[in-house]
Design a protein around this ligand. Structure first.
Ligand code: ATP
Ligand code: FE
Length: 377
């Protein structure tokens, strides 16, 4: 079975073709970062207009890269939600019109389910996650720790009470005026933490060291909120940075900038580690045997996060080994490959959608399966 999928829930215009035999025939991602940079975040109207401009070309390219004609495709999938309503409608209209005109079946996909199921496409078949597993979905709109007990049964262990981890990365990156990388402001912050402050080659080494330790003293402490609770909160992390920057009139030296960036990244990931350990404890108490952790969503492409979570799992579950599974970084951020893949089981089961179904800009991943019991924490 060959599926053409489109994705337009936020700021990337994506189209891809994937087969039920786990082959990715094409993967087109048209990023919009440069359009949004001036607004300091995703501007909905700018995003909608860019999707409208780019979607037809993305579909065309996906077919060309796969060397296929649209008639060779067996089904059309698209992101039904959650996301920005106007953005979703561009992909939804494109998919429905194609499906109706070509008389092909249609499946509307939940974006977060797609992030969570990506490893079933990208992991070698002998090390696929087994249900039930835990999944951390860390992205621009979500920070979720979920228990997955089937491809469509997800129960929430922890969610964010305010902002997502991805938005916090974006805001701190912008506050520190880090240059936007090709992969966006969050990736730019990670890059800065890895490369370190640019040092002046003529500056004496001892002066360098002095500046570094001064920065360590001056940079704000970024506390971990919600200690001991199964809930995330990210607003406090960037508002600590914001207050500090405000007090300095926005002017800080390179070493202080570096100290803030690394402290922020440590606190952002530290919070994930703490909740993961708590979630595992809850599962153990309830007799739920967890052997896999799937981490996906844009922030999961962060290498520091990947290292820390590995160490965290080893510490939290020393007796029972837990495999840590990430999609490759390029399939952690938004893409249509994951949408095509998440639609596959429904196409194979003949469980397709009517052309009249509406999009759902707010849509809990728990609602995919209302028959399973809620998780009592
Ligand atoms: P959602 O999936 O919740 O609807 P989204 O689709 O907008 O949100 P994704 O594309 O999944 O989000 O992820 C984008 C987010 O990931 C952005 O906030 C971006 O800054 C962040 N991000 C991407 N790469 C990295 C990285 N290397 N380190 C930290 N954050 C990153
Ligand atoms: Fe996403």
């Amino acid at each position: 079975l060959t599926v053409l999928a489109v994705e337009s829930s936020a700021d990337d215009t994506c189209a891809a073709i994937v087969t039920s035999e786990r082959q990715i025939l094409s993967n087109v991602v048209l990023r919009q970062d440069s359009y949004h940079e001036a607004y300091g975040g995703i501007h909905p109207y700018v995003a909608i207009e860019a999707h409208q401009r780019n979607m037809p070309g993305a579909v065309r390219r996906a077919l060309e890269e796969a060397s296929m004609s649209i008639n060779d495709v067996d089904g059309i999938a698209y992101t039904r939600g959650p996301g920005i309503g106007g953005c979703l409608s561009v992909g939804s209209n494109a998919a429905k019109t194609l499906a109706a005109a070509l008389n092909k079946p249609l499946v509307g996909v939940h974006h977060m389910q797609a992030h969570a199921l990506t490893p079933f496409l990208t992991t070698p078949v002998d090390s696929l996650p087994t249900y039930p597993f835990l999944t951390l979905l860390v992205s621009g709109g979500h920070t979720l720790l979920l228990l997955a007990s089937s491809p469509r049964t997800f129960r929430t262990l922890a969610t964010t009470l305010d902002e997502s981890i991805g938005r916090a990365f974006d805001k701190v990156s912008r506050m520190l005026s880090l240059p936007w990388s090709q992969h966006g402001p969050g990736a730019a912050l990670e890059q800065f933490c890895m490369s370190g402050p640019t040092s002046d080659p003529v500056e004496a080494e001892s002066e360098e060291r002095g500046a570094r330790s001064q920065a360590e003293l001056e940079a704000p402490h970024i506390p971990l909120p919600m200690r001991g609770r199964l809930a995330f909160s990210y607003t406090g992390l960037h508002s600590t940075v914001e207050r500090f920057m405000h007090a300095r009139g926005g002017i800080i030296d390179e070493h202080t900038r570096y100290a803030i960036a690394t402290r922020f990244q440590m606190a952002a990931v530290g919070q994930l580690e703490e909740k993961l350990a708590l979630g595992l404890r809850v599962c153990r108490r309830k007799g739920i045997d967890i052997r896999h952790l799937v981490v996906s969503g844009g922030v999961a492409s962060n290498m520091f996060l990947r290292q820390r979570l590995r160490a965290c799992l080893d510490g939290a579950s020393p007796d029972v080994p837990i495999s840590l599974i990430f999609p490759p970084p390029s399939l952690c951020t938004d893409n249509a490959v994951m949408i095509a893949w998440a639609s596959m089981q429904r196409f194979l089961a003949g469980d397709t959608d009517d052309y009249t179904i509406e999009l759902r800009s707010k849509w809990s991943v728990e609602d995919l399966d209302n028959s399973a019991p809620k998780l009592e924490l």
